[in-house]
Design a protein around this ligand. Structure first.
Ligand code: SF4
Ligand code: SF4
Ligand code: FES
Length: 216
């Protein structure tokens, strides 16, 4: 590979596909850290490849690139993300508001405590890096995983949402938040600097409180 200034791992993979092996399958879209589609394993570590500079990861003039862990490989560097996003649905990761289009806009104070918690988790780009970094997903493929639980936590704190009890029930089972061992690998690896570990700890608290109230 010819080295270039500011070269990213995605640039390397693209060069290989365009110049050396046109059969190589990989995924990308935005190239600027927005779409979440370019995540791969680089030297054994899950990363977003469009924002990972070769200089940062190269070891003895070599890098090793593979598909994300914990997801079925479709071909080469492309994994099947269906189970990852199916788990967002299982965790009730969709917003359900109380108001109709006839109502005025909801007024949520940006500095209010729940909104601050929403803001801490809302920038997830669905890249799957945390999911690939999580050993509990590897041991228990049914586990909802850090991204789906982080999404559930943002909605639990959304004062406009009315699905909370249903959502807490969905994340309370053996494959839910209590399966997390707080290894923090997800938080260490998240390219958006989110903390699914903190989100899951919040879910554990809310699930426990709901159970003590007899709501679950
Ligand atoms: S903190 Fe929980 S979700 Fe995150 S990597 Fe560890 S076990 Fe997985
Ligand atoms: S929480 Fe972070 S690592 Fe996980 S899918 Fe979202 S952006 Fe990617
Ligand atoms: S190509 Fe979109 S995040 Fe990397």
């Amino acid at each position: 590979m010819p080295r270039e200034p500011s070269q990213t791992v995605l640039d390397v993979v693209t060069y290989i596909q365009r110049k050396l092996d046109p059969t190589l399958a990989y995924r990308f879209a935005c190239r600027v850290g927005m779409c979440g589609s370019c995540a791969m394993t680089v030297n054994g570590v899950p990363r977003w490849t469009c924002r990972t500079h070769v200089d940062k990861v190269v070891e003895k003039d070599q890098i090793t690139v593979g598909p994300l862990r914990n997801l079925p490989v479709i071909r080469d560097l492309v994994v099947d993300m269906r189970e990852f996003f199916d788990k967002w649905a299982r965790a009730k990761g969709e917003f359900r508001g109380r108001q109709t289009k006839a109502d005025d806009f909801a007024k949520v104070e940006p500095q209010s405590a729940p909104r601050v918690l929403v803001d801490k988790g809302i920038e997830c780009i669905g890249c799957g890096v945390c999911y690939a970094a999580c050993d509990v997903v590897k041991w228990n493929p049914d586990y909802l995983g850090p991204a789906a639980l982080n999404r559930a936590w943002t909605l639990v704190n959304d004062v406009r949402d009315e699905k909370n009890l249903e959502r807490l029930r969905a994340v309370a089972g053996d494959a839910g938040c209590h399966a997390c061992h707080s290894h923090v690998s997800c938080t260490e690896r998240c390219p958006k600097h989110l903390s699914p570990t903190a989100a899951i700890a919040g879910l554990k608290r809310e699930v426990t409180k709901a159970a003590l109230r007899g709501d679950l």
